[in-house]
Design a protein around this ligand. Structure first.
Ligand SMILES: Cc1cc2nc3c(=O)[nH]c(=O)nc-3n(C[C@H](O)[C@H](O)[C@H](O)COP(=O)(O)O)c2cc1C
Length: 157
């Protein structure tokens, strides 16, 4: 078994670690060759462009021994109501024919969007399981609350 995941702000990383420990599985972090911006809004904008153009950003690394695994737990956040472009890159770069693909997804409260359809179309020969999804903290909410507080405290000083 392999646990492969992409996580920008850490929510999906926590789930990946839990699955890895519970199943005694190897854990592989899917990273882009060029990191996404630190800034949330810049990331949203870039992700939107990549989604709309169908761009598949380059991976920092591939799983060297994919043939050794029968079951892949694949974790990612929902970005722009779908799977992040980097997940398409990951699926295109590896042959998952005949393997069991178990998605685990975190989202900010708006659900899975069309992410399942993306997995089914980019990895058509994998056996796609239902997997796991949960709502997790959204950076936008944190950003709005902190900005409000900073604005209010600037007004007082
Ligand atoms: C670029 C971007 C786009 C997002 N789009 C959505 C969305 O369409 N629907 C949603 O419910 N949450 C959305 N979110 C929130 C994330 O899915 C959620 O916070 C997730 O748990 C982040 O996982 P991570 O910490 O592993 O990166 C978005 C977050 C980012 C950074």
């Amino acid at each position: 078994m392999l646990v492969a995941y992409f996580s920008r702000s850490g929510n999906t990383r926590v789930v990946a670690g839990l699955i890895g420990r519970a199943r005694g599985a190897e854990v592989f972090e899917i990273r882009p060759a060029t990191p996404y911006p630190e800034d949330y809004l810049e990331t949203v904008e870039l992700a939107r462009k990549e989604r709309d153009s169908g761009h598949e950003p380059a991976l920092e690394a591939k799983v060297p021994n994919m043939a050794d695994y029968d079951t892949i737990f694949l974790g990612f956040p929902i970005w722009g109501e779908t799977a992040p472009p980097l997940i398409r890159s990951f699926l295109s770069a590896h042959d998952l024919s005949g393997k069991t693909l178990v998605p685990f997804v975190t989202h900010g409260g708006y659900g899975l969007g069309n992410s399942r359809a993306v997995l089914a179309s980019v990895a058509p020969k994998a056996r796609l399981h239902e997997g796991f999804a949960m709502e997790a903290d959204q950076e936008r909410r944190t950003m709005d609350r902190v900005s409000e507080w900073l604005k209010a405290s600037a007004a007082k000083s």
